[in-house]
Design a protein around this ligand. Sequence first.
Ligand SMILES: C[S@@+](CC[C@H](N)C(=O)[O-])C[C@H]1O[C@@H](n2cnc3c(N)ncnc32)[C@H](O)[C@@H]1O
Length: 411
Amino acid sequence: MDNMQEYHLIIKCLKEIYSGKNLKEVILKVDDNKYRNKIKNHCYQILKNYYSIKFILTRLLKKIPNQDVYLILQMGIYEITYSVKPPYAIVNDLVNLTKKYNGKYKNLVNAVLQNYLRKKDLLKQELIDYKVGANLSNWLSDKIIEYYPNKYEQIFNALNADVKITLRVNKRKTNIEKYIEVLEDNEIEYKVLNNVIILEKENNIINIPFFADGYVSIQDSAAQYISDILAKYSIQPKRILDACAAPGGKTCLLLENYDLDLTALDNSQNRLDKIKENLNRLDLNCKCILADAASKDWWDYNKFDFILADVPCSAIGTIKKNPDIRVNRLETDISKFVGLQRKIVVNLFDMLETNGYMLYVTCSILKDENEDNIKWFSNNIVGFELITDIQILPDLYNDGLYYALIRKLSK
Ligand SMILES: C[S@@+](CC[C@H](N)C(=O)[O-])C[C@H]1O[C@@H](n2cnc3c(N)ncnc32)[C@H](O)[C@@H]1O
C-alpha cells in the first residue's frame, strides 16, 4: 500500500466516524490487516487532537472548504505537528492527494500548510492561551470543570494520556505470579497495580502471550473493580443477571471467579456474538439472550439474587480509548442516556429478590448519569437502598467508572 492509498483510507474512515460511527467498528472494515493498525493510529491521533487541529484551522482559513479538503488539511496539521516525516514531504504528498479529490483546491492546501509551518510556534502558544489543549468540546469541558472544580486538570490530563493495555488473568487457567513469569520470559515490560497487570510498552494484542488460549483478557483496571466490591461486602452471588453484558468483560470476570448460574443479556446481536467469542476463548459458559433490559418479554419470572446493570451511557470516562466520543457525543445525548438508564433500572429492580443486590455501573464521570440517577432511584423505586457508591476518576492507568451497590429491601 502506498502513501496515497493510506491517505485515502484515513479519509474514508474519518468520514464515517464524523458521521457518527465509532473508530473500533470503522477500523474493522479496513481489509488490509497489515495496515489496519497504522490507519487506526493515524485516525486515533487526529480524533484525539481534533479540537486543537480545528482551532488551528480556524486561524488559517477564511472559510471551511468542502469535507474532503478539510480532512486533508486536518491530516496535514496533525502530521506537521506530531509526525517525524519531513514537512516538505507532507505538504507535497497532501497537495498531490488534493489533486486526486479536487484539483482546484491544491493551491489552497499548499498555502494553508505553508502558512502553518511559518506560524506553528505562535499557534502552539495560542492553544495554551485559549486552553484548547484538553481537546474536548466546550459543553463537556465546562461540565467537567463544574463537577470537579479541584480535579478537572488531573481529569483532562488523564483523558489525554497514552492508552496502556491492562490485563485480567483468568484464574481458572493461571494466576498472576505464573503469568508474570511468562511476560518476563517474553521480555514484556509490565507493572502490577491492585491485581491488574499493566503493560508499559506493548500495545498490540497479537504479542500478548497465551491470549488466544484464554489465559488473559484485556480489561480496564477500573472495570475489574467489581471484584473488590463483591469481596468487600462479602457478596457471594449465585443466580446472576448481567443485564447489559456485551462484550462480556464483566460477565467473564464473574465466571472466572465464581461458580454461577449467569444469564447475560444484550440488545445487540453483534455485541452478543462478542460475548460468545470471549466465553469460547476463555473456556467459560453462560446463557446468552438477545433482549431489551428495559422489558420483561424474555423473563421466566425466576428472580435473581444479583443483578449487574452496566447500563448504556455516555462513556465519557473512556474517552482516552474511544476518541470518537470527543467528536460525536452531544450534550443532548446525556438526557437520553439518563432516561434509558432509569427505564432499565426500574424494570430490572422487579427481577431482583428481596435482600438481593444490584450493582449499577456506568463508564461516565458525569453526575447526571451517576449520583443524580441514584437520587432519582431512591425517590422513585420502592425498596431501594444504596449501600455504597464510588466514582473512580480516570487516571494514567484506568478509565473513569461509577459503581453503586444497591440492596432491595422488603416493601
Ligand atoms: C457499557 S456496555 C456493557 C459493558 C459490559 N458489561 C462489559 O463489562 O464488557 C453497555 C451494553 O448495553 C447494551 N445495551 C444498550 N441498550 C440496551 C438495552 N435496552 N437492553 C440490553 N442491553 C442494552 C449495549 O449493546 C452494550 O453492549
